[in-house]
Design a binder for this molecule. Sequence first.
Ligand SMILES: C[S@@+](CC[C@H](N)C(=O)[O-])C[C@H]1O[C@@H](n2cnc3c(N)ncnc32)[C@H](O)[C@@H]1O
Length: 238
Amino acid sequence: MPAFSAEVEEKRRAARAHADAIQERLGEEAFLDWFDRLYADAAQDEAPERIPWADLAPHPLLTEWLQKHAPHQGKALEVGCGLGDNAAALSDAGYAVTAFDLSAHAVEWAKKRFPDKPIDWHVANLLEPPQAWRGQFDIVHETYTLQSLPPGLRRQAFAPLAGFLKPGGRLLLICRIRPEEVTPEGPPWPLAPSELAELERLGFVRETLRPVILKSTRAIPHVFCIYRRPAAEETEKR
Ligand SMILES: C[S@@+](CC[C@H](N)C(=O)[O-])C[C@H]1O[C@@H](n2cnc3c(N)ncnc32)[C@H](O)[C@@H]1O
């Protein structure tokens, strides 16, 4: 994985400090509003470098998976799409993409960045998603949204996330990981193995759990996971 340049690292450090300052002003009860405030603030000055996670490129692990497993077809859902690069990569690969984020400013910005892509953009909350999306998607992709939710809120996110897939569909998940015994001091809050296991408790089959170290100023443990919702006949056999 590429290391970021010192200049980019400096921008990301400044962005993190800026983001923390906004979060402190808001207080914890308004946690979910924090994202929209951050995007609104950066959009006003057209300054994506103020969004700490915005690489303005698809995640390299998603790109690698898309290249290795082509051709792609069917419906994909991009969760917490941010500025839209992963949604655009899924669309370019051949999926009919629906992408959503809690932040209206993020979705507006993503639309402007990718005006020619046939992506169905929405403002929606993963914790209370539209019913119409239940069981609709062949692929659900989520990078860094679960880890951006404090553990209490995150517990509420697994069931809706699992509910988006058709039988036989796959969830691609990229996140930071931590040892079970370490208490995370987020944001972000890396996931523990027991949290990932929630998807298996919800009936999913884990196909891939690949530990990856991504390097910035330090080496950060991540995982790339793929979970499959069993096809109807598999569920009957169980
Ligand atoms: C750390 S960012 C990652 C953005 C994007 N996935 C990426 O990798 O660049 C987390 C994103 O999830 C969005 N988000 C946070 N909570 C959400 C929720 N409950 N429902 C939908 N989106 C949410 C935030 O607005 C933000 O864009």
